[in-house]
Ligand binder design. Structure first.
Ligand code: HEM
Length: 340
Protein backbone atom coordinates (compact mmCIF):
# COMPACT_ATOMS: atom_id res chain seq x y z
CA UNK A 1 0.00 0.00 0.00
CA UNK A 2 1.40 3.34 -1.01
CA UNK A 3 1.33 5.73 1.93
CA UNK A 4 2.53 8.93 0.36
CA UNK A 5 0.74 11.21 2.77
CA UNK A 6 2.61 13.46 5.13
CA UNK A 7 0.26 15.04 7.61
CA UNK A 8 2.48 14.63 10.66
CA UNK A 9 0.16 14.68 13.66
CA UNK A 10 -2.72 13.39 11.58
CA UNK A 11 -1.00 10.19 10.56
CA UNK A 12 -2.33 8.25 13.54
CA UNK A 13 -5.84 9.42 12.73
CA UNK A 14 -5.31 8.18 9.19
CA UNK A 15 -4.25 4.76 10.29
CA UNK A 16 -7.27 4.47 12.56
CA UNK A 17 -9.57 5.54 9.75
CA UNK A 18 -7.88 3.33 7.20
CA UNK A 19 -8.27 0.24 9.28
CA UNK A 20 -11.78 0.98 10.47
CA UNK A 21 -13.29 0.93 6.99
CA UNK A 22 -14.84 -2.22 5.60
CA UNK A 23 -13.51 -5.58 6.61
CA UNK A 24 -12.05 -7.81 4.01
CA UNK A 25 -8.60 -9.13 3.34
CA UNK A 26 -8.97 -9.48 -0.38
CA UNK A 27 -8.46 -6.01 -1.66
CA UNK A 28 -5.41 -4.20 -2.90
CA UNK A 29 -4.44 -2.21 -5.95
CA UNK A 30 -1.26 -3.62 -7.36
CA UNK A 31 0.82 -3.49 -10.47
CA UNK A 32 1.85 -7.15 -10.13
CA UNK A 33 -1.64 -8.55 -10.69
CA UNK A 34 -2.52 -11.64 -12.72
CA UNK A 35 -4.11 -9.49 -15.43
CA UNK A 36 -2.47 -9.31 -18.85
CA UNK A 37 -2.99 -7.31 -22.03
CA UNK A 38 -3.33 -10.37 -24.29
CA UNK A 39 -5.61 -12.52 -22.14
CA UNK A 40 -8.27 -12.72 -24.89
CA UNK A 41 -5.83 -12.76 -27.83
CA UNK A 42 -6.74 -16.31 -28.85
CA UNK A 43 -10.17 -16.76 -27.24
CA UNK A 44 -11.80 -13.50 -28.36
CA UNK A 45 -9.45 -11.46 -30.54
CA UNK A 46 -12.14 -8.92 -31.48
CA UNK A 47 -13.30 -8.15 -27.97
CA UNK A 48 -11.69 -4.70 -27.76
CA UNK A 49 -13.18 -3.73 -31.11
CA UNK A 50 -16.68 -4.90 -30.19
CA UNK A 51 -16.62 -3.01 -26.93
CA UNK A 52 -15.28 0.14 -28.55
CA UNK A 53 -18.00 0.12 -31.22
CA UNK A 54 -20.79 -0.42 -28.71
CA UNK A 55 -19.45 2.19 -26.34
CA UNK A 56 -19.15 4.59 -29.25
CA UNK A 57 -22.82 4.08 -30.16
CA UNK A 58 -23.84 4.72 -26.56
CA UNK A 59 -21.74 7.86 -26.16
CA UNK A 60 -22.73 9.27 -29.56
CA UNK A 61 -26.41 8.90 -28.74
CA UNK A 62 -25.92 10.42 -25.28
CA UNK A 63 -22.57 11.82 -24.10
CA UNK A 64 -23.58 11.28 -20.47
CA UNK A 65 -23.25 7.54 -21.10
CA UNK A 66 -19.50 8.02 -20.78
CA UNK A 67 -19.89 9.32 -17.24
CA UNK A 68 -22.31 6.54 -16.28
CA UNK A 69 -19.90 3.83 -17.41
CA UNK A 70 -16.85 5.35 -15.74
CA UNK A 71 -18.69 5.70 -12.45
CA UNK A 72 -20.02 2.13 -12.63
CA UNK A 73 -16.44 0.89 -12.95
CA UNK A 74 -15.36 2.94 -9.91
CA UNK A 75 -18.21 1.65 -7.77
CA UNK A 76 -17.46 -1.89 -8.91
CA UNK A 77 -13.77 -1.73 -7.99
CA UNK A 78 -14.29 -0.22 -4.52
CA UNK A 79 -16.43 -3.17 -3.38
CA UNK A 80 -14.58 -6.49 -3.22
CA UNK A 81 -12.41 -5.50 -6.20
CA UNK A 82 -13.27 -5.11 -9.87
CA UNK A 83 -15.38 -8.23 -10.24
CA UNK A 84 -18.68 -7.05 -11.71
CA UNK A 85 -20.40 -7.30 -8.31
CA UNK A 86 -22.06 -3.90 -8.83
CA UNK A 87 -23.88 -5.25 -11.89
CA UNK A 88 -25.77 -7.98 -10.03
CA UNK A 89 -29.51 -7.57 -9.56
CA UNK A 90 -31.23 -8.47 -6.30
CA UNK A 91 -32.68 -11.97 -6.26
CA UNK A 92 -34.30 -14.11 -3.58
CA UNK A 93 -30.90 -15.46 -2.60
CA UNK A 94 -28.64 -12.51 -3.35
CA UNK A 95 -28.72 -8.94 -2.11
CA UNK A 96 -26.98 -6.81 -4.69
CA UNK A 97 -25.24 -3.46 -4.30
CA UNK A 98 -27.62 -1.41 -6.42
CA UNK A 99 -29.75 -0.28 -3.49
CA UNK A 100 -26.84 0.61 -1.19
CA UNK A 101 -26.95 4.30 -0.25
CA UNK A 102 -24.28 5.66 -2.66
CA UNK A 103 -25.91 3.75 -5.55
CA UNK A 104 -29.67 3.91 -5.14
CA UNK A 105 -31.40 6.40 -7.49
CA UNK A 106 -27.91 7.39 -8.57
CA UNK A 107 -25.96 4.66 -10.34
CA UNK A 108 -27.12 4.23 -13.92
CA UNK A 109 -25.97 2.72 -17.19
CA UNK A 110 -26.56 -0.97 -16.40
CA UNK A 111 -28.49 -1.31 -19.66
CA UNK A 112 -25.47 -0.03 -21.58
CA UNK A 113 -23.31 -2.79 -20.13
CA UNK A 114 -26.05 -5.34 -20.95
CA UNK A 115 -25.98 -4.15 -24.56
CA UNK A 116 -22.20 -4.48 -24.83
CA UNK A 117 -22.28 -7.87 -23.12
CA UNK A 118 -24.89 -9.17 -25.60
CA UNK A 119 -22.70 -8.22 -28.54
CA UNK A 120 -19.61 -9.79 -26.95
CA UNK A 121 -21.55 -12.98 -26.11
CA UNK A 122 -22.80 -13.33 -29.66
CA UNK A 123 -19.21 -13.23 -30.91
CA UNK A 124 -17.42 -15.10 -28.11
CA UNK A 125 -19.94 -16.90 -25.87
CA UNK A 126 -18.90 -17.51 -22.27
CA UNK A 127 -15.43 -16.03 -22.64
CA UNK A 128 -15.29 -12.37 -21.57
CA UNK A 129 -16.16 -11.38 -18.01
CA UNK A 130 -18.54 -8.52 -17.24
CA UNK A 131 -15.83 -7.02 -15.02
CA UNK A 132 -13.47 -6.83 -18.00
CA UNK A 133 -16.19 -5.44 -20.25
CA UNK A 134 -16.86 -2.67 -17.74
CA UNK A 135 -13.15 -1.87 -17.37
CA UNK A 136 -12.54 -1.70 -21.13
CA UNK A 137 -15.74 0.29 -21.75
CA UNK A 138 -14.70 2.81 -19.08
CA UNK A 139 -11.41 3.40 -20.90
CA UNK A 140 -13.20 3.73 -24.26
CA UNK A 141 -15.79 6.07 -22.77
CA UNK A 142 -13.06 8.40 -21.51
CA UNK A 143 -11.37 8.49 -24.93
CA UNK A 144 -14.68 9.14 -26.70
CA UNK A 145 -15.26 12.34 -24.73
CA UNK A 146 -11.73 13.62 -25.27
CA UNK A 147 -9.74 11.94 -22.49
CA UNK A 148 -6.52 9.95 -22.54
CA UNK A 149 -5.82 6.43 -23.81
CA UNK A 150 -4.32 3.67 -21.68
CA UNK A 151 -3.82 -0.07 -22.15
CA UNK A 152 -6.29 -2.16 -20.17
CA UNK A 153 -4.95 -5.35 -18.57
CA UNK A 154 -7.66 -8.04 -18.63
CA UNK A 155 -8.49 -11.47 -17.25
CA UNK A 156 -10.83 -10.54 -14.38
CA UNK A 157 -13.45 -13.02 -13.22
CA UNK A 158 -17.01 -12.11 -12.26
CA UNK A 159 -17.94 -12.59 -8.64
CA UNK A 160 -20.59 -15.00 -7.49
CA UNK A 161 -21.35 -12.65 -4.61
CA UNK A 162 -22.09 -8.99 -4.00
CA UNK A 163 -21.65 -6.97 -0.83
CA UNK A 164 -24.32 -4.43 0.04
CA UNK A 165 -22.69 -3.52 3.34
CA UNK A 166 -19.30 -2.80 1.75
CA UNK A 167 -20.99 -0.70 -0.94
CA UNK A 168 -22.37 1.39 1.92
CA UNK A 169 -19.06 1.76 3.71
CA UNK A 170 -16.31 1.72 1.06
CA UNK A 171 -17.67 4.17 -1.49
CA UNK A 172 -16.94 7.80 -0.63
CA UNK A 173 -19.80 10.27 -0.50
CA UNK A 174 -20.13 13.96 -1.26
CA UNK A 175 -20.50 15.19 2.30
CA UNK A 176 -17.73 13.14 3.81
CA UNK A 177 -14.63 15.06 4.83
CA UNK A 178 -11.37 14.95 2.93
CA UNK A 179 -9.60 12.73 5.46
CA UNK A 180 -12.20 9.92 5.52
CA UNK A 181 -12.22 10.00 1.72
CA UNK A 182 -8.43 9.78 1.50
CA UNK A 183 -8.54 6.86 3.92
CA UNK A 184 -11.08 5.06 1.71
CA UNK A 185 -8.72 5.35 -1.24
CA UNK A 186 -5.74 4.27 0.83
CA UNK A 187 -7.67 1.26 2.01
CA UNK A 188 -7.90 0.22 -1.63
CA UNK A 189 -4.15 0.72 -2.07
CA UNK A 190 -4.63 4.03 -3.86
CA UNK A 191 -2.62 7.12 -2.96
CA UNK A 192 -3.60 10.76 -2.48
CA UNK A 193 -2.24 11.40 -5.97
CA UNK A 194 -4.51 8.67 -7.34
CA UNK A 195 -7.48 10.14 -5.50
CA UNK A 196 -7.04 13.69 -6.76
CA UNK A 197 -6.50 12.48 -10.34
CA UNK A 198 -9.39 9.99 -10.29
CA UNK A 199 -11.77 12.60 -8.85
CA UNK A 200 -10.97 14.46 -12.09
CA UNK A 201 -13.53 12.10 -13.65
CA UNK A 202 -16.01 14.68 -12.34
CA UNK A 203 -15.03 16.71 -15.39
CA UNK A 204 -17.89 14.79 -17.02
CA UNK A 205 -21.29 13.81 -15.71
CA UNK A 206 -23.99 15.09 -13.43
CA UNK A 207 -24.84 15.23 -9.76
CA UNK A 208 -28.23 15.28 -8.08
CA UNK A 209 -29.47 18.05 -5.83
CA UNK A 210 -29.43 15.66 -2.85
CA UNK A 211 -25.64 15.52 -3.19
CA UNK A 212 -24.90 19.22 -3.55
CA UNK A 213 -27.66 20.84 -1.46
CA UNK A 214 -25.56 21.17 1.69
CA UNK A 215 -22.75 22.66 -0.33
CA UNK A 216 -24.75 25.36 -2.15
CA UNK A 217 -26.55 26.42 1.02
CA UNK A 218 -23.36 25.93 3.01
CA UNK A 219 -19.86 27.15 2.25
CA UNK A 220 -20.16 27.69 -1.53
CA UNK A 221 -20.34 31.46 -1.12
CA UNK A 222 -17.34 31.44 1.19
CA UNK A 223 -15.13 29.40 -1.14
CA UNK A 224 -16.16 31.16 -4.36
CA UNK A 225 -16.02 34.74 -3.06
CA UNK A 226 -18.30 37.56 -3.90
CA UNK A 227 -17.65 38.04 -7.59
CA UNK A 228 -20.81 38.47 -9.71
CA UNK A 229 -20.12 35.46 -11.95
CA UNK A 230 -19.90 33.05 -9.02
CA UNK A 231 -22.94 34.69 -7.43
CA UNK A 232 -25.00 34.17 -10.55
CA UNK A 233 -23.80 30.57 -10.86
CA UNK A 234 -24.78 29.99 -7.25
CA UNK A 235 -28.24 31.40 -7.77
CA UNK A 236 -28.77 29.19 -10.81
CA UNK A 237 -27.73 26.16 -8.72
CA UNK A 238 -30.16 27.20 -6.00
CA UNK A 239 -32.96 27.46 -8.52
CA UNK A 240 -32.32 23.84 -9.49
CA UNK A 241 -32.06 22.66 -5.91
CA UNK A 242 -34.40 24.09 -3.28
CA UNK A 243 -33.08 24.43 0.29
CA UNK A 244 -35.28 21.97 2.10
CA UNK A 245 -37.57 19.55 0.34
CA UNK A 246 -38.13 18.67 -3.27
CA UNK A 247 -36.01 18.38 -6.35
CA UNK A 248 -33.77 15.71 -4.84
CA UNK A 249 -33.20 14.16 -8.25
CA UNK A 250 -32.74 17.41 -10.18
CA UNK A 251 -29.38 17.30 -11.87
CA UNK A 252 -26.64 19.63 -12.98
CA UNK A 253 -23.13 19.18 -14.38
CA UNK A 254 -20.17 18.97 -12.01
CA UNK A 255 -18.07 20.81 -14.60
CA UNK A 256 -20.37 23.59 -15.75
CA UNK A 257 -17.85 24.92 -18.31
CA UNK A 258 -17.30 21.83 -20.50
CA UNK A 259 -19.73 19.25 -19.03
CA UNK A 260 -19.37 16.69 -21.83
CA UNK A 261 -15.65 16.98 -22.45
CA UNK A 262 -12.98 15.11 -20.56
CA UNK A 263 -10.51 17.91 -19.88
CA UNK A 264 -8.96 19.56 -16.83
CA UNK A 265 -11.54 22.28 -16.43
CA UNK A 266 -12.94 20.52 -13.36
CA UNK A 267 -9.77 21.59 -11.52
CA UNK A 268 -10.30 25.18 -12.65
CA UNK A 269 -13.72 25.16 -11.00
CA UNK A 270 -11.99 24.12 -7.78
CA UNK A 271 -9.47 26.96 -8.06
CA UNK A 272 -12.45 29.32 -8.43
CA UNK A 273 -13.99 27.79 -5.32
CA UNK A 274 -16.98 26.67 -7.38
CA UNK A 275 -16.75 22.91 -6.96
CA UNK A 276 -20.27 21.50 -6.96
CA UNK A 277 -19.61 18.69 -4.50
CA UNK A 278 -18.26 19.50 -1.10
CA UNK A 279 -15.90 16.50 -1.36
CA UNK A 280 -14.37 17.98 -4.52
CA UNK A 281 -13.97 21.51 -3.21
CA UNK A 282 -12.35 20.17 -0.06
CA UNK A 283 -9.42 18.93 -2.11
CA UNK A 284 -8.56 22.59 -2.64
CA UNK A 285 -10.13 24.45 0.27
CA UNK A 286 -10.06 22.17 3.30
CA UNK A 287 -7.65 22.96 6.12
CA UNK A 288 -6.30 19.44 5.57
CA UNK A 289 -5.73 19.96 1.86
CA UNK A 290 -1.98 20.70 2.07
CA UNK A 291 -1.01 17.95 -0.38
CA UNK A 292 -4.22 17.77 -2.41
CA UNK A 293 -4.29 21.51 -3.08
CA UNK A 294 -0.89 21.34 -4.80
CA UNK A 295 -2.12 18.48 -6.97
CA UNK A 296 -5.30 20.37 -7.89
CA UNK A 297 -3.13 23.33 -8.94
CA UNK A 298 -0.84 21.06 -10.93
CA UNK A 299 -3.67 19.38 -12.83
CA UNK A 300 -5.33 22.77 -13.48
CA UNK A 301 -2.18 24.18 -15.03
CA UNK A 302 -0.80 21.07 -16.72
CA UNK A 303 -3.45 19.04 -18.58
CA UNK A 304 -0.87 16.49 -19.68
CA UNK A 305 0.14 15.80 -16.08
CA UNK A 306 -3.54 15.20 -15.31
CA UNK A 307 -4.04 12.87 -18.28
CA UNK A 308 -0.90 10.87 -17.47
CA UNK A 309 -1.80 10.48 -13.81
CA UNK A 310 -5.45 9.72 -14.57
CA UNK A 311 -4.41 6.92 -16.96
CA UNK A 312 -1.98 5.46 -14.46
CA UNK A 313 -4.49 5.67 -11.62
CA UNK A 314 -7.29 4.11 -13.69
CA UNK A 315 -5.06 1.10 -14.37
CA UNK A 316 -4.26 0.91 -10.66
CA UNK A 317 -7.94 1.13 -9.71
CA UNK A 318 -8.81 -1.47 -12.36
CA UNK A 319 -6.21 -3.78 -10.86
CA UNK A 320 -7.83 -3.87 -7.43
CA UNK A 321 -7.86 -7.59 -7.14
CA UNK A 322 -10.18 -10.01 -5.49
CA UNK A 323 -8.55 -13.35 -4.89
CA UNK A 324 -11.92 -14.79 -3.89
CA UNK A 325 -13.49 -13.96 -7.27
CA UNK A 326 -10.35 -15.11 -9.06
CA UNK A 327 -10.49 -18.51 -7.37
CA UNK A 328 -14.26 -19.03 -7.34
CA UNK A 329 -15.44 -16.53 -9.91
CA UNK A 330 -16.89 -17.15 -13.34
CA UNK A 331 -17.67 -15.51 -16.64
CA UNK A 332 -21.31 -14.56 -16.24
CA UNK A 333 -23.61 -15.14 -19.19
CA UNK A 334 -25.77 -12.24 -18.09
CA UNK A 335 -24.07 -9.50 -16.10
CA UNK A 336 -27.11 -9.14 -13.83
CA UNK A 337 -27.16 -12.73 -12.54
CA UNK A 338 -24.69 -15.38 -11.49
CA UNK A 339 -24.72 -18.45 -13.76
CA UNK A 340 -27.11 -21.22 -12.78
C1 HEM B 1 -13.21 11.19 -4.48
C2 HEM B 1 -14.31 10.66 -4.02
C3 HEM B 1 -15.60 10.69 -4.78
C4 HEM B 1 -16.80 11.11 -4.31
C5 HEM B 1 -17.10 11.61 -2.91
C6 HEM B 1 -17.73 11.00 -5.40
C7 HEM B 1 -19.06 11.32 -5.30
C8 HEM B 1 -19.90 11.45 -6.38
C9 HEM B 1 -21.26 11.92 -6.33
C10 HEM B 1 -21.99 12.32 -5.04
C11 HEM B 1 -21.74 11.96 -7.59
C12 HEM B 1 -23.13 12.42 -8.02
C13 HEM B 1 -24.08 11.24 -7.92
C14 HEM B 1 -25.54 11.68 -7.90
O1 HEM B 1 -25.80 12.80 -7.54
O2 HEM B 1 -26.40 10.83 -8.24
C15 HEM B 1 -20.71 11.50 -8.46
C16 HEM B 1 -20.82 11.40 -9.82
C17 HEM B 1 -19.84 10.90 -10.63
N1 HEM B 1 -18.65 10.33 -10.22
FE1 HEM B 1 -17.84 10.47 -8.38
N2 HEM B 1 -17.10 10.52 -6.50
C18 HEM B 1 -15.79 10.31 -6.17
C19 HEM B 1 -14.82 9.78 -6.99
C20 HEM B 1 -15.04 9.36 -8.28
C21 HEM B 1 -14.12 8.55 -9.06
C22 HEM B 1 -12.81 8.00 -8.53
C23 HEM B 1 -14.70 8.39 -10.28
C24 HEM B 1 -14.17 7.62 -11.47
C25 HEM B 1 -12.90 7.42 -11.71
C26 HEM B 1 -15.94 9.09 -10.27
C27 HEM B 1 -16.78 9.22 -11.35
C28 HEM B 1 -17.98 9.91 -11.32
C29 HEM B 1 -18.73 10.26 -12.51
C30 HEM B 1 -18.30 10.02 -13.95
C31 HEM B 1 -19.92 10.85 -12.08
C32 HEM B 1 -21.07 11.37 -12.94
C33 HEM B 1 -22.09 10.24 -13.10
C34 HEM B 1 -23.38 10.67 -13.80
O3 HEM B 1 -23.37 11.53 -14.67
O4 HEM B 1 -24.42 10.09 -13.44
N3 HEM B 1 -16.14 9.63 -9.03
N4 HEM B 1 -19.60 11.18 -7.71
Amino acid sequence: MELSLSFGPFSLLFMILVFSIGNTSIIHASSDSYLTLDYYASTCPTVFEIIRKQTECAVLSDPRSAALIVRLHFHDCFVQGCDGSVLLDDTVTLKGEKTASPNIHSLKGFDLIDGIKNMVESECPGVVSCADILTIAARDAVILVGGPYWDVPVGRKDSITANYALADTNIPTANEGLIPIISKFMYQGLSVKDMVALAGAHTIGMARCENFRDRIYGDFRATSGLNPISASYLSSLRSICPPIHGGENNITAMDNVTPNIFDNSFYHTLLKGEGLLSSDQEMYSSMFSIQTRELVKLYATDPLAFFNQFSESMVKMGNITNSESFANGEVRKNCRFINT
